[in-house]
Design a protein around this ligand. Structure first.
Ligand SMILES: [Zn+2]
Ligand SMILES: [Zn+2]
Length: 145
């Protein structure tokens, strides 16, 4: 995976550094991971990498398009390596679990707004809210929010 990550970095003309490879590998292995978790994962293997370095790398990877940042209302920012396919997310109101949802009607049709007001849209963000299977089946979480 480290080799793959290095190739991905080169493909977008980012210099291959150990923190960049480590952060990208962490996001690839843990879809919808939050910043604190990325920091924990990276520092477990590379204790010398600072929190700030991880923040900086996440920002660089996001602007290079290798990583997508999502931030459903009321949650912290999450990162994922599945980019460019206009997929959506379903979020559990109870525990915050996030899962991928493919576009509801085929290849990115959500980008065809019924009236785009002259804007050229390149991204449509749809968030489905509900309860995940774990929370539906565990009475202890009932009414926790
Ligand atoms: Zn849940
Ligand atoms: Zn996703």
């Amino acid at each position: 995976m480290a080799f793959d990550c290095a190739a991905q970095l080169r493909a977008v003309s980012l210099r291959v550094t150990r923190p960049r490879v480590a952060v990208l590998a962490a996001v690839r292995a843990h879809p919808h991971v939050d910043t604190d978790t990325v920091i924990g994962l990276v520092r477990a293997d590379h204790p010398a990498v600072s929190h700030q370095a991880v923040y900086d790398v996440l920002r660089a990877l996001t602007s290079a398009g290798l990583v997508r940042r999502i931030e459903p209302a009321g949650t912290t920012a999450r990162y994922e390596s599945r980019v460019g396919d206009n997929h959506h997310h379903v979020v559990c109101r109870s525990c915050g679990a996030i899962a991928d949802v493919d576009c509801a009607a085929g290849h990115a049709p959500c980008l065809t707004a019924s009236d785009g007001h002259g804007f050229v849209a390149d991204e449509a963000e749809v968030v489905y809210w509900g309860r995940c299977p774990d929370c539906m089946h565990s009475p202890t979480s009932e009414g926790s929010r």
